[in-house]
Design a protein around this ligand. Structure first.
Ligand SMILES: NC(=O)c1ccc[n+]([C@@H]2O[C@H](COP(=O)([O-])OP(=O)(O)OC[C@H]3O[C@@H](n4cnc5c(N)ncnc54)[C@H](OP(=O)(O)O)[C@@H]3O)[C@@H](O)[C@H]2O)c1
Length: 132
């Protein structure tokens, strides 16, 4: 039994098996080979209970840092965000109260966070910067 494979079929096979996966890999952004290891890092994110701050907390928690402090003004919303992150399987996050509109709160937060974590490696100054 003989098979006749036309050059067109070979071209299509070549495209489907080799070129297409390479193209899709390239379109999808390839692989980031420069992931920063954050296993020993302490991260503080202001306004981490919603929006960009929350998404950052979720993504960073998955990279298993030493700790992530969610600095939020409302305990209820902060704790809800923490339970969502814990439900995703990441237990390295904690709530600390911080209202950036209130300097007393800012000072108390600074005392609390530096007492527990003398070195803060990454600070995401996310909350309430639109009006600066
Ligand atoms: N989204 C955009 O397209 C965009 C574009 C340019 C810049 N930004 C900036 O990126 C940052 C995040 O944006 P977003 O869209 O994620 O905003 P968002 O969804 O409104 O979330 C803001 C977060 O900041 C908290 N927050 C606001 N005022 C605070 C205060 N006084 N003390 C402590 N926490 C406070 C909020 O807490 P509560 O839940 O308690 O309100 C919330 O967790 C903002 O600074 C924004 O100005 C965003």
């Amino acid at each position: 039994m003989t098979f006749n494979i036309s050059p067109n079929t070979l071209d299509n096979l070549m495209y489907a098996s080799v070129l297409m996966p390479i193209k899709m890999f390239w379109i999808n952004g390839g692989t980031n080979k420069h992931y920063y290891h954050i296993k020993d890092k302490v991260i503080v994110i202001t306004g981490a209970n919603a929006g960009i701050g929350f998404e950052c907390a979720l993504e960073l928690a998955a990279m298993k840092p030493k700790a992530i402090v969610l600095a939020c003004r409302d305990r209820g919303r902060g704790m809800t965000a923490i339970s969502e992150i814990k439900m995703a399987g990441h237990f390295n996050c904690e709530f600390m109260q911080l209202d950036l509109n209130d300097l007393v709160s800012v000072k108390e937060f600074a005392k609390e966070v530096t007492a527990k974590y003398p070195v803060i490696d990454i600070l995401l100054n996310n909350a309430g910067i639109m009006a600066l």
